[in-house]
Design a protein around this ligand. Sequence first.
Ligand SMILES: Cc1ncc(COP(=O)(O)O)c(C=O)c1O
Length: 491
Amino acid sequence: MATLDRDRHRAAPAADALATFLADPDLRYFTLPGHKRSPLLAEDEPAIRYDAPGSVVWDPPGGILPPGFVNPQEQAEHLAADLWGVDYARFVVSGSTQGNLALMLAAGPPGSKVIIPRGAHKSLVAGLALAGLEPVWIVPQLDVATGLPLGVTPAAVRAALATHPDVSAIALVEPSWLGLMGDVAAIAEIAHAHGIPLLVDHAWGAAFGFHPAMPPSVMRLGADAAITSIHKTLHAYTPGSLLMANSGVLDVERLERAFQTLNTTSPAAPMIASLDTVRRDMALEGAALLDPVVRAAAMVRDRLSDIPGLVMVNPSWIDLPAVHAVDPTKLVLIMPGTGADGFALRADLWQQGIRLELVDRDSVIPLLTLGDQPGDAERLADALHASLHRHAGPPRLPTASTTLWGLMPQVGMSPRDAFFAPAETVSLADAVGRIAVETVVPYPPGVAALAPGEVVTPVVIDALREVRDAGCRIAYCADPTLATLRVATRR
Ligand SMILES: Cc1ncc(COP(=O)(O)O)c(C=O)c1O
């Protein structure tokens, strides 16, 4: 890895341009935004005080840009590309959701096949419909002890390629919501030997590569493009994200067109400025900023280690099959062995003014980041410890039915055809034999039971009923109670 020119990274062109703009009280602009940051309006709406579209903040006077003009946002994106070690970087103002859609538009022309893991975020699945792609699903390897998905193996990718040699891209979600990462470098090699790009939903990996204990960014492991949510585990304004790519195997020009197609023409300058500031902070002091997070996560795990039956994802999970790296800052409490219910834990902590990122009956995920203040992690650990004690009971089985996760879907039509198909709402029982137009994902383990275009089979219905009745959260579908499903109307 080339050494970073730290002096270059002391600059924050977009953040500085916004600060200069905001500092001029006499400036009057007959442009967007409609609120004009008017003090008369800002009194009731403080958020508008700092708001302006990027074009107003950094476009130079005159309609035609001077030759070679690089605006502060582009300068900031070049610095981000330098820091993450990639050829191409774009600040994304609509989250990794927008980035995943762009990745799918760049994956190949309509009708192309893409290898994609079951459990991909709904935005990747939506991208299949948007781009008219055909999914070649691969099932992640499951942990025998917990039933949770550990990761996609190179062997599973090789097998999918052997059956579908005409695939035009491989998509992965790395790390998973459990903070586990598979052998991305090996899968990148497989992709490249096949002459196709590896595209990664790296939403949870923004902090990767900035501390010796953190795994490397997937771009350093050979991915051709990735999207990462800088607002999730670093400190950008919600939902600021970063789209990255390397040229060679991927058509980066098509990715840029995809990005521009999906991008607003009025990106908010404060969000761009915040992404710029995060880049500067991580370049200059990334390891120092992340060090307390790495230590806090270890401290909380240590503090909870005396809770009978509690399983926690931790760096030693690197020894499990399909796991190649573990995010040491990720706290994942796996509850069944404690007898306690995640929802009960959440209710206790809620009462104490503590909010948790992701909770269901079997798992609790408090998010620790560099935004935590001294003492916060100790307060979290104490509250978790007390609540786990309070709700302890005989160990129970995890709620998720493992049948569902191992199932290969029966495809009835392409995701795009399902998206555009006339649809109706039917009872779960009446959905058997029909084609789903929506995504249905029980958490845990966050693996899709149904994706648009898939045939609803009796096995899927039985398994869905079982996980719903056991208290699983059902995500992404119109009716999370699963009394009904949206299916394509019969022709
Ligand atoms: C794996 C994964 N990908 C993508 C997203 C979408 O991210 P964003 O909220 O930045 O749009 C999420 C959101 O939780 C996610 O978990």
